[in-house]
Design a protein around this ligand. Sequence first.
Ligand code: HMG
Ligand code: MG
Length: 299
Amino acid sequence: AFPQQVRLVEVGPRDGLQNEPGAVISTAIKVELVERLADAGLRHIEAASFVSPKWVPQMADGAEVMARIDRRPGVIYSALTPNLKGLEAALAANVSEVAVFTAASDAFTQKNINCSIAESLERFAPLIERARDAGVPVRGYVSTVLGCPYAGEIAPVQVAGVCRDLYQLGCYEISLGDTIGVGTPLKAKRMLEAVAREVPVGNLAAHFHDTYGQALANLYAVVEEGIAVIDSSVSGLGGCPYAKGASGNVATEDVLYLLNGLGIDSGVDLDKLVATSCWISEQLGRTPASRVAQALGCS
Ligand code: HMG
Ligand code: MG
């Protein structure tokens, strides 16, 4: 059965903009993007990353972004934190929530955060404890849940094990990342079935990239199985700099159109969202990647 409501986690300002090659996007544009998204009704916005600026220079101004956002009551402004150093910076920037990130594949984890899965979990344990003391919820990401650019096929039971570990460490929600968008609906369902044996479906989210154009189909499949939290990126911005071939996340406006058609409430205004998609695309010197923005057009 379909859920009555879905919570959209907007990751465009982070997952989208972290991957912009070439010209660095100004702090002012990042701040305006986050504010426009909140104005469109998004209630959970991943706004920054407190990672090494040598690894991801695009996200080096996270503290500045967080400081300049005109925050709305009821909106969660979250950030990625790979280690304690990142967590301390995120807490100093007064984030509402943080997220740790690892993967179902050791090869990918090594490329992305320079350690094994087991080492990443050891790193997260004190981070999660410190965040709990500070009263800041921690989300957990597991990448490569439907395939890895380095290791290929990933067994669902492998994904389930890492999800269980993050959940037991204290992550309130685990976001399942199809990092390179290689999944298909039946595969996504089987993966979810395995994970749901370890973590309640109510504590899971779907984070699908759209590289092969399957993200909406995969979302439909997992929402039917009870997933009620979806990560998406306005205009389909993004990718992962440490995953060759990763294209953007599924576009928020495309997901919203799907949800609206299913009668599932998300509290987001399609017109304002499309206007934001058009605006950020113009800032980046391109047309929106999403089908819905193309269909409705930019004025
Ligand atoms: P490392 O080189 O092993 O780290 O990188 P280190 O602890 O040895 O430190 C090296 C240097 O980085 C030191 O500076 C540290 O101070 C500094 P130096 O002494 O050389 O001047 N440093 C930091 N600086 C700022 N903030 C920090 C920080 N930590 C260390 N937090 C590290 C390990 C994890 C830091 C690095 O690999 C890293 O930053 N990786 C992040 C990669 C990343 O952001 N990837 C994209 C996000 S994940 C994603 O997109 C997937 C997702 O969307 C889900 C999906 O789609 O599947 C979430
Ligand atoms: Mg991602």
